[in-house]
Write a protein that binds this ligand. Structure first.
Ligand code: FAD
Length: 412
């Protein structure tokens, strides 16, 4: 059996749901295929304000707000030469003074349901097994449903891979390029109770350095929190301990995370994930493109994953929409998408690498952010830092006087 669509989107995480939702909203016939039955667990719970304009465009910002999700007004760190905690607030630059800490099972379900509301045909428990290529052009996919072995072929004028770290297309092309200096491992769990940072900082993610790794603490509105440790895989191995034991010992070694967890009860099993950063050597080919984690993954130090996925997916939706209107321009539109996405990723990646050295003065981190995003010094260096880590870098008019970020330049 064969079906024909304008676009097929593989995966309905934040990237897939954004691309399907937007294309459907713009009147395109979209088939979204998601391997899992939602709600499903996912890591990546701390959002940054760069997600907010996209949630608004999708029409779900008010629903997330009404869900009672914790408001995250900024980020708190124990990082750098000085051991004292320091924080930045998003409203130092952003018209979106807060983002949210979300349980991804709920957040992703909302986005998937919203793609349906916007008109996409979304099939859950539909696993894409293979791509259809004809004369070098991707023209569809083959998928199976649930436990059935029956293969269905679906065809479309364009295919978007938003399969997350499964990175179906990149693996098919053999184009995954790992960043050897960011081969980390993450171990995390959940606690109920304990205390929070004071005042408006209560909803902040806390990032505490334990060189060569770091701990996160993400507070949720139900009184629970997620706590994880990220470090080079080699570092875990060298301890001779299990990841569970490493996480416990690091919490014990920490200053502020340990204090906030006093009296808290661990309520989940420790989970682990290979946390290796990569960028695809190519992100598009005739008839298809990759977006979100399927295209690239950057270490979660600044909680930028969902923002990058949603911003890239927005650019992808614009690019595909333009290709469907002007197929004769496909190559240059795809190239524009890929070039601008890559440039944006390079900025974030370069800053993550700089920040990973926790021996610097805080002002040095701010100045590095300025070098990367605001070389003409239109803003204060601290504001450049906030703009960069909030994911709002380049979104006008937030950074008035600063040239738009590469990804803002993708063709409409
Ligand atoms: C340890 C760790 C901590 C993190 N913390 C944060 C954080 O605090 N904040 C943040 O913003 N980001 C964080 N991230 C990153 C974040 O998890 C991802 O960047 C984000 O989920 C990417 O969204 P996506 O839509 O590209 O992929 P995903 O959210 O992974 O969605 C991909 C979807 O594709 C589906 N799929 C896969 N294969 C197939 C197939 N064959 N057929 C059909 N469907 C398929 C999957 O089931 C999934 O639902 C973290 C990552 C790690 C590893």
């Amino acid at each position: 059996m064969s079906e024909e669509y304008d676009a097929i989107v593989i995966g309905s995480g934040p990237a897939g749901a954004t691309v399907s939702g937007l294309l459907a909203k713009w009147g395109r016939r979209v088939l979204a295929l998601e391997k899992e039955k939602f709600p499903r667990y996912h890591i990546g719970e701390s959002l940054v304000p760069g997600c907010m304009p996209i949630l608004e465009e999708l029409g779900v910002a008010s629903i997330v707000e009404a869900s009672g999700a914790t408001k995250k007004y900024g980020i708190s760190f124990i990082w750098g030469e000085d051991p004292d905690p320091w924080s930045v607030d998003f409203d130092e630059i952003c018209p979106h003074p807060y983002a949210f800490e979300v349980k991804r099972a709920e957040f992703d379900s909302l986005l998937l349901a919203n793609s349906r509301t916007l008109g996409a045909t979304v099939i859950e428990e539909a696993a894409v097994r293979d791509f259809v290529f004809e004369d070098g052009r991707c023209t569809g996919v083959r998928y199976t449903r649930g436990r059935s072995d029956t293969v269905t072929e679906a065809r479309a004028r364009f295919v978007i891979d938003a399969s997350g770290q499964a990175k179906l297309l990149a693996r098919r092309f053999g184009t995954v390029a790992w960043h050897d200096d960011l081969k980390n491992l993450a171990a995390w769990t959940y606690f109920q109770g304990g205390s929070r940072l004071e005042g408006r900082k209560a909803g902040n993610i806390l990032v505490e350095t334990l060189h060569p790794g770091w701990l996160w603490l993400i507070p949720f509105s139900d009184g629970s929190c997620s706590v994880g440790f990220v470090a080079p895989a080699e570092e875990y191995k060298a301890t001779g301990l299990t990841p569970e034991e490493v996480l416990k010992s690091k919490i014990d070694e920490a200053a502020l995370v340990k204090r906030l967890l006093k009296g808290a009860v661990e309520v989940a099993q420790v989970r682990t994930a290979k946390d290796w950063s990569y960028t695809g050597e190519r992100m598009t080919a005739p008839g298809c493109l990759m977006t979100g984690d399927a295209a690239a993954f950057i270490d979660p130090l600044f909680s930028t994953g969902v923002m990058l996925a949603m911003r890239a997916a927005t650019s992808a939706a614009r690019a595909v929409n333009a290709i469907l209107d002007r197929p004769e321009d496909e190559e240059s539109i795809r190239q524009g998408y890929e070039t601008s996405y890559r440039e944006f990723l390079d900025v974030v990646l370069s800053f993550v690498r700089f920040f990973y050295d926790p021996s610097k003065k805080v002002i040095e981190y701010f100045e590095e952010a300025r070098k990367l995003v605001d070389p003409d010094e239109a803003l204060a260096a601290r504001q450049d830092f906030v703009a960069l880590i909030s994911g709002l870098y380049g979104i006008e008019p937030i950074m008035e006087g600063v040239p738009p970020a590469p990804m803002a330049a993708v063709a409409d």
